[in-house]
Design a protein around this ligand. Structure first.
Ligand SMILES: [Zn+2]
Ligand SMILES: [Zn+2]
Length: 277
């Protein structure tokens, strides 16, 4: 019996980084990758485990501005996003998540005050959220519209509904939709020296020219959103004050004038997909 239990593993998809419920053998499929917003890699469906990842890689933890710390894996794994730890006097919130979690990471995050809550923009970053939740005894806030994309269900997941959800530390989750029905960004009003920050995952995605952002149904497969879906994303964040946007990767940051960037980018995008010439 014990030997059997020891043989169970939480397999992880190598292409999207999603961890699955424990099983004796790898799952047949990864529904996240088989969805048209993702893809199965060139060599077919590949699986790994947390133990294997810990032997191959480590996490880099780096302050990005006062009160905000990035956590990313090196060498990059799966989609390659980095998570962000927002530190507030009412507790820390982990925004988005990454697959690799190990003892050095837990020690360093505890030294920064631990994690009171985890919130994730959309299913591509659910990664190994349950491992993070258990390590820090923190609930995971996910939008209920994306419930079916949770591959490892757990009582620690709190599904929120509607358009906004407040979190400790004056933070607000804003449902934008777009890339996923429950696509969410996080507003941090005291970020950027009090000018306000959006942590946006790739729901509002800072592009190579960091004066602009973009909005897509699928990034790897280049499937755009409709004009109305883009307008809904912009309208959802319009009531909030922000000057800076951190999207899902280390360098994808619009440092200043981000609200103007969102407006200009949406206009440019809608003009491009509705032009008849
Ligand atoms: Zn996958
Ligand atoms: Zn995505």
């Amino acid at each position: 019996m014990e030997a059997q239990e020891n043989a169970l593993t939480n397999f992880i998809c190598r292409t999207c980084g999603t961890q699955y419920p424990s099983s004796a053998r790898p799952p047949e499929h990864c529904p996240i990758c088989e969805d048209e917003r993702q893809y199965v890699g060139l060599n077919g469906q590949q699986w790994t485990t947390l133990a294997e990842l810990r032997s191959e890689r480590h996490n880099i933890i780096r302050s990005v501005e006062p009160g905000l710390t990035g956590i990313g894996t090196d060498p990059s794994f799966a989609i390659g996003q980095r998570a962000l730890l927002v530190q507030t006097a009412q507790g820390n919130v982990l925004w988005d998540c990454i697959t690799l979690i190990d003892e050095p990471t837990i020690t360093m995050v505890n030294a920064l005050g631990g994690i009171s809550a985890i919130a994730i923009s959309h299913p591509h970053y659910y990664s190994s959220m349950i491992e993070w939740s258990r390590a820090f005894n923190a609930p995971v806030y996910l939008h209920a519209a994306d419930r079916k994309w949770v591959m490892r269900p757990d009582p620690a997941v709190l599904f929120w509904e509607g358009e906004t959800q407040t979190l400790p530390g004056d933070l607000t989750l804003i449902r934008c939709g777009g890339h996923f029905a429950g696509g969410t960004v996080l507003h941090w009003p005291s970020g950027a020296e009090g000018r306000g920050v959006l942590l946006s995952g790739d729901i509002i995605n800072v592009v190579q020219d960091r004066r602009y952002v973009s909005f897509m149904y699928s990034f790897p497969n280049l499937i755009p959103l409709s004009p109305n879906a883009v307008r809904r994303v912009v309208a959802a964040v319009e009531p909030y004050t922000y000057d800076r946007i951190y999207s899902a990767w280390w360098e994808k940051v619009t440092m200043t004038d981000a609200k103007h960037a969102v407006h200009c980018s949406a206009e440019r995008y809608i003009a491009a997909i509705t032009s008849s010439t």
